[in-house]
Ligand binder design. Structure first.
Ligand code: SF4
Length: 335
């Protein structure tokens, strides 16, 4: 099935003076226990947590050597094959890293906090039936691929004004829909996907969206990242970690996975092997906002980052020299 998840985000706009910084030696910030404003824990939100059997499939092991040798207690000839001796790998300082990101996220509102796809399931429009909110969520996820949250939000507003139901999408002329979706990236493909998907939902799901990963993945334009995010946002069920370009990049930079990965899907599998299940729901939102505001792909704000003293990527790339402003302008953000 063709999906939209295989390409990277475009370059960041609005960059300023940069420098190469040396690593710092200590981190005196005290971690706090609360997450960012939007992000209560899954348990607090009554979110159902579901693991997929395939997520720990041994056949999906990476081939290169891990960064750490903690995977097995015995890694020599004396290993007797007893799985009870296997030791779970976990990243160095990961609790401190996550607490630091929580603190930075509380202090810096990110586009994902106000314009993310899940906003269309909790935007206060209680008059909209739940099934329609779920449909809006899925359409928003398809539109969001390779697209800034701001542009996605504006596009959703235009579509909702036009009438955003499976029936209206199917009956809207392709050219009209393309104009409504433009300037979203890949607007022609997305127009095609949304129309095809809407017809399938009408024919097979009575206009609702599927409530499981397997069937979501059969829809045009829906890949694994999108399916997991959709299950969480539309159905309040956690089935996996949503790994987009920010989560993928930051997990590698901070060595939150045992070995470097090239694709977000490999990162998801590596993260799910060690990250406590209770944190899966929070992880995507934490790292996406962190990647939009501080740990940006181009010129990260390492001087403003609480993780700088313990970050393996610190000093390896040009950083943004200008100090963090209280209010970040949209052009300074990375989506
Ligand atoms: S690369 Fe820079 S901004 Fe990103 S986590 Fe490391 S120190 Fe922080």
């Amino acid at each position: 099935m063709e999906t939209l998840e295989s390409q990277n985000d475009g370059p960041e706009k609005g960059s300023s003076t940069v420098e190469i910084c040396e690593p710092q030696q200590s981190n005196e910030k005290t971690p706090t226990k609360e997450g960012p404003p939007r992000n209560k824990t899954s348990m607090e939100n009554g979110i159902k947590m579901e693991k997929l059997e395939s997520q720990n499939d041994e056949s999906e092991k990476e081939t290169s050597e891990p960064r750490s040798s903690i995977k097995r207690e015995l890694n020599d000839d004396s290993y007797d094959g007893n799985p009870s001796k296997e030791v779970k790998w976990e990243p160095k300082n990961w609790r401190q890293i996550i607490e630091n990101i929580r603190q930075m996220r509380r202090e810096n509102i990110a586009p994902v906090d106000t314009m993310g796809c899940d906003q269309f399931t909790s935007d206060g429009e209680t008059v909209i039936p739940d099934r329609l909110k779920r449909y809006h969520c899925l359409v928003s996820l398809i539109l969001s691929s390779q697209t800034r949250d701001q542009a996605n939000h504006e596009c959703m507003m235009r579509l909702k004004k036009h009438g955003l139901t499976p029936e209206s999408m199917v009956s809207t002329d392709d050219k009209v829909l393309e104009k409504l979706i433009y300037p979203i990236s890949f607007y022609r493909n997305k127009t095609k996907f949304i129309k095809q998907m809407s017809q399938i939902l009408i024919d097979q799901y009575d206009g609702d969206i599927p409530n499981n990963i397997k069937e979501l993945l059969k829809l045009p334009g829906v890949g694994k990242k999108m399916a997991h995010l959709c299950m969480r946002s539309a159905w309040n069920v956690v089935t996996g970690i949503g790994v987009d370009t920010h989560v993928h990049r930051i997990s590698n930079w901070l060595q939150l996975i045992p070995e470097e990965t090239k694709q977000p899907e490999a990162t998801r599998k590596a993260l799910e092997k060690w990250l406590p299940f209770e944190l899966w729901d929070e992880f995507n939102h934490l790292l996406v906002g962190f990647g939009q505001t501080i740990c940006t792909q181009n010129f990260p704000r390492c001087n403003d980052c609480l993780n700088a003293p313990i970050c393996p990527a610190r000093g390896k790339r040009p950083i943004r020299k200008t100090p963090m402003k209280k209010a970040i302008k949209p052009e300074d953000l990375e989506f």
